[in-house]
Design a protein around this ligand. Structure first.
Ligand SMILES: Cc1ncc(COP(=O)(O)O)c(C=O)c1O
Length: 389
């Protein structure tokens, strides 16, 4: 191993959400936060060095986005997913959530319905509702602990007011990496009903051994013509607060409408350090990512095996992608306030409660496994002690 993911890095005192602002801050000594989706690892040295090198120059005046930036984005998508994307089809956005909000504004009208598939990343619901559109839930189906999309339910729920679906691919929080057949079934229904697909692929690089991410838009020309793909190096390389995301829109008309929505707000270019970081990540990041994935997978296996052996009333969903474990605590038969008390106050482990992800999330907790193995092991031990006493 060239990179050291075991190293404990103190994040407290950096104003970070996870360690400085978690739910029980100040009330519970020594809490382990495993909540918000960033990593407790350092970004790779080649990204840090690229930022430092640029900062050393000391002048941060107006800058154009160089051709090499776009080549880095399309090069990455080509090498990782075999997806050919032209430079003209890439639009910068300061994040994926902003891109979701701009898409809702650009392509739907107030009162229109937008489909989501809960339990799902909760800002999906917020960007729809906050823009005066209507959330249409098509909950995932869970069978024997495995999740799939409800394709029949999707067909039935679409009506004249339904315009758009926001897809989480891979799916946060249940960890599914949607396969080609599932995506094709979804695309067919969306094509038949003229539903625009916003494919949030922010977790696309974080796919566990044995699985493969398929960009929705890469499946066919028709799929590409009705899909807006959101990508970013932010999850993969832990760069969330540098605010760089790239939105891929092959359809020229949709591209122009999206571009106009951003231009109206004055948002055009990444900040210069974000640009430098993205280029470094996408041109030099492969070897680092190839070490990160097995590390995350080992943390998942640790969690899964621990739960199977020591906590049989808890069920761990298979984490095919993302670094987010999805744990079902319903077998304990406790109400949500009691579960919170058990996990936060007694175990001193702060995970994200499943109910915030919508229907189907009740009694689940999302455990962020992007941390040193020793931290994951300690958290699991604490949970066992709290439950089994
Ligand atoms: C599915 C998904 N989309 C978007 C985001 C956030 O994107 P951004 O920070 O670029 O706005 C996250 C972060 O956890 C996520 O899980």
């Amino acid at each position: 191993m060239k990179y050291d993911f075991d190293r404990l890095i103190t994040r407290t005192g950096t104003h970070c959400v996870k360690w400085d602002h978690h739910e029980m801050k100040g009330e519970v000594e020594g809490m382990i936060p495993m909540s918000i989706a960033d990593m407790d690892f350092e970004a790779p040295a080649f990204i840090k060095e690229a930022i430092i090198e640029r900062a050393r120059h000391g002048v941060f005046g107006y800058t154009v986005v160089p051709q090499s930036y776009y080549s880095a984005v399309s090069g990455w998508l080509g090498r990782r997913f075999g997806w050919t994307v032209e430079r003209e089809r890439i639009r910068f956005s300061p994040g994926v959530i902003p891109a979701l909000a701009f898409s809702v504004q650009a392509f739907t009208e107030p009162g229109d319905k937008v489909i989501i598939q809960p339990p799902v990343y909760h800002p999906f619901r917020a960007v729809i509702a906050n823009n005066g559109r209507v959330v249409l839930n098509n909950p995932l189906i869970r069978e024997n602990g495995d999740y799939r999309m409800d394709i029949e339910g999707l067909k039935k729920s679409i009506d004249k007011k339904t315009r758009m679906i926001i897809l989480s691919s891979p799916h946060n929080p249940v960890g599914r990496v949607w396969n080609r057949d599932e995506l094709k079934a979804l695309i067919d229904i969306c094509l038949e009903n003229n539903i625009l697909i916003i494919s949030d692929e922010i977790h696309a690089d974080l796919v566990m051994p044995g699985f493969r991410h398929t960009p929705t838009a890469s499946l066919s020309d028709e799929a590409a013509s009705m899909t807006i793909t959101c990508t970013s190096p932010s999850k993969t390389f832990n760069l969330a607060e540098l605010h760089v995301a790239n939105i891929i829109i092959p359809n020229q008309e949709l591209f122009s409408r999206f571009d106009l929505a951003l231009t109206r707000t004055g948002i055009n270019k990444p900040n210069v350090l974000g640009m430098v970081a993205l280029e470094a990540a996408y041109s030099k990041g492969e070897a680092w990512l190839d070490e990160l994935i097995p590390y995350l997978h080992a943390n998942y296996q640790l969690m899964r095996d621990f739960v199977r052996e020591r906590l049989p009333r808890i069920n761990a969903a298979q984490m095919e992608g993302t670094y987010l474990g999805w744990l079902d605590f319903n077998g304990l038969g406790l109400s949500e306030p009691k579960l919170d008390e058990l996990l936060l106050a007694k175990a001193r482990v702060a995970m994200t409660p499943g109910s915030i992800f919508g229907p189907g999330g009740e009694g689940f907790y999302r455990m962020n496994l992007a941390c040193p193995k020793s931290v994951a092991a300690e958290a699991l031990k604490r949970i066992e002690l709290a439950i089994n006493g």
